[in-house]
Design a protein around this ligand. Sequence first.
Ligand code: F6R
Length: 254
Amino acid sequence: MRLEVEVLDTEEEVGRRAAQLVADELAAGRLGAFGVATGSSPAQVYASLAAGRLPGWDGVEVFALDEYVGLPPGHPQSYAAVIDREVRAPLGLDPGRVHVPDGAAEDLTGACDAYERALEERGGVDVQLLGIGATGHIGFNEPGSPFDSRTRVVDLTERTVADNARFFASADDVPRRAVTQGIGTIARARRHVLIALGAAKAAVVRAALEGEVSEECPASALRTFEDVLVLLDPGAASQLTRRPASRRSPAGAR
Ligand code: F6R
């Protein structure tokens, strides 16, 4: 089991570091399936990967962590639309290789089971990008989510709804439910990269890395995973009491 924490000077450097790890896996022919997160944290990773114009994306399957329930198909803030804009189009991926849980299905349980099966058939993802919510969620696994949970429909906490209101006209427009890969589903990825940016994440980053490993902080489950890299900017790292390894830009400049 390996969990490394690195603090980089800027959001851009965090993005480049994560993109480098993904690019190395791709170049080594080990990126059959790429697990992607939405939200602000991974934006620089995708920008950096797109700027790299790497060969070899053709055969890669992409799996999203989660999707809102109840948004009409094509809604610009549905995660299917976000991933299409931020990942698929910039990397030039075939839409048929991009998988997002179906939050608009009539039979949501069936859609969750189908998503879990698709992941299983693929043998799980090779590299999973993760953000962390203020509640400690990974994917949309809010506090109390069992560590062996699978893809399922969940209720979002009021805190998560409030945090995600920035993507919608108002908090009233944010869906209250989502389909998310479970923690047990996420755990099956071969490698995980968690990204947290900004001082607003400092308390939850500390809880996840230094607090109890408990369902009350779903991201603490990372400490039970096989191979985890946590990438932080100085704000997100500011409440850690144990000093993690730091990296700087190649020039070493601050
Ligand atoms: C999104 C997801 C969430 C976000 C988390 C942090 O697919 O799975 O867990 O990663 O809410 O969001 P940001 O990065 O916007 O702070």
